[in-house]
Design a protein around this ligand. Structure first.
Ligand SMILES: [Mn+2]
Length: 293
């Protein structure tokens, strides 16, 4: 793997990480950035805090009957963030992710705010030109700009759509957005909200996605606020009416046959997680993502 030492520094490791990159299929890497967070910053502390929380969960998943040592992943540390400089932070994320994609590794990025997804998708798209993006979130994140900023956690999926095409973006759990964002989603016909809250709705949504995506490479981005704030209160912009943990896992299991080449989990904010339960939900979700796909 070229170049990684330039933009990645070692840190603690997620539960059961391998000791080096060589035998790993999947690389965990943190992107501790929260520069553009409009509401309440603090998600820069999530990668370190999720690693600590991973010590509180088992390495065995009863749901999947697999354990982490079977997943062959390496936690490489955190991407260096020139704090306050959005463009060079995003450049480092793109370079860091590309160093792994170019070595035929899969990447699981730990945010950070949601804007980190844009350079991660850019790197994945360089490796897989027919990339499809699946997006779990409470918020559409499809604004063209936010207070004049093109690069913001509130515009990130618009930037992603510019990379892969709106027709290759599927959105789940969205329950908040401006009228212009809802017009875009209604035109695409690839956003599901109420369907995520019932088994039959998830079954039909998943069947359509699996059929449409087929064997194309998939990037999966999960904003923790897709979950209901009662499950995951530790996040910058909580939005009532969300998925339960089991709703989300059920939907992910229904998508299991997809070819997932990159993933991220973003917007966890340890500063707002008084109970610590959001961090445990995040750690458990990471374990299941590693074992599911
Ligand atoms: Mn969100």
């Amino acid at each position: 793997v070229d170049n990684q030492s330039n933009v990645i520094r070692r840190s603690g490791r997620f539960l059961q990480s391998l000791d080096d990159c060589d035998g790993a299929n999947t690389i965990i890497v943190g992107a501790p950035m929260d520069i553009t967070s409009s509401g309440r910053p603090g998600s820069r502390y999530a990668p370190a805090a999720i690693r600590v929380a991973s010590e509180l969960i088992e390495d065995y998943s009863p749901t999947l009957d697999r354990q982490l040592e079977d997943a062959c992943f390496f936690d490489a540390g955190d991407i260096l963030m020139p704090y306050g400089d959005v463009e060079s932070s995003l450049k480092n994320i793109e370079d860091g992710c590309w160093s792994f994609y170019s070595a035929s590794k899969r990447v699981l990025l730990l945010g950070g705010e949601h804007l980190v997804t844009a350079p991660a998708v850019k790197a994945a798209h360089r490796a897989y030109e027919d990339l499809v993006v699946l997006h779990f979130d409470a918020h559409a994140d499809l604004r063209d700009d936010y207070y004049g900023m093109k690069l913001s956690h509130a515009t990130v999926m618009r930037r992603v759509a510019e990379i892969v095409g709106m027709q290759h973006l599927w959105q789940f759990g969205i329950r908040s957005g401006a009228r212009e964002e809802y017009e875009l989603m209604r035109a695409s016909g690839q956003m599901y909200y109420e369907d995520m809250l019932s088994p039959s709705g998830r079954a039909s949504a998943a069947a359509r996605v699996v059929d449409a995506v087929a064997d194309r490479p998939v990037y999966l981005t999960i904003d923790i606020d897709a979950l209901d704030p009662s499950v995951a209160p530790g996040t910058g912009t909580p939005e009532p009416g969300g998925l339960s943990y089991t709703d989300l896992m059920d939907m992910l299991l229904r998508l299991r046959q997809l070819r997932v080449v990159g993933m991220d989990l973003v917007e966890v904010n340890p500063m707002l997680d008084a109970s610590g339960c959001t961090l445990v939900a995040a750690a458990k979700l990471i374990r299941e993502l590693l074992l599911c796909f």
